[in-house]
Design a protein around this ligand. Structure first.
Ligand SMILES: [Zn+2]
Length: 169
């Protein structure tokens, strides 16, 4: 009966079904239901969403349910004022999730590279220079001060739980 918004990725947002409701003479909403009694008592129309969002009341065109053109015009408020910001928020969240995953992968690659460099004899001075920081910060960021020890002992990084990425400073 209503419209379901769709993300750019093709995901239907079933929690945000938009529809046109009748506003009755007592101020209540029909929540998208149309009956002869509702039509008789209608004083306004309003775009609503199944999540609870509601648009502004609009003067109804008479006792009948809105025609296709009127229905689309009323629902445009839902699309512009509610669905537009909702889709932009979802898009930003997905971009952040993607960036977070990219950073996680980069951190893993960096940790692997640092571990390998240390295993091949690089010093923390070399590592610090390569990642453009000082030795203290490099060791603190990557928690690798014990990695060389664990490597010498034959313990893998996953065994030690070290180098899970930078720690907050
Ligand atoms: Zn909604």
């Amino acid at each position: 009966m209503g419209r379901i918004p769709c993300t750019r990725d093709g995901e239907d947002l079933y929690d945000h079904e938009g529809y046109v409701s009748s506003i009755l003479d007592d101020g209540s909403s029909s929540h998208g239901t149309w009956t002869t009694e509702i039509e008789r008592r209608t004083v306004a129309w309003r775009a609503e969403c199944s999540c609870g969002w509601g648009g502004t009341d609009r003067e109804s065109g008479g006792p009948d349910i809105p025609g296709d053109g009127e229905y689309d015009a009323i629902l445009e408020e839902w699309e512009v004022e509610h669905v537009g910001p909702l889709l932009r928020t979802i898009e930003r969240q997905r971009q952040l999730e993607s960036l977070t995953e990219t950073v996680r992968i980069a951190e893993t690659l960096l940790c692997d590279g640092i571990e390998e460099a240390l295993a091949r004899g690089a010093t923390w001075n070399d590592v610090a220079a390569a990642i453009r920081t000082n030795v203290y910060k490099a060791q603190r960021l990557y928690g690798l001060s014990e990695v060389s020890t664990s490597l010498r002992n034959g313990t893998s990084r996953s065994d030690t739980g070290l180098c899970d990425g930078p720690t907050a400073i």
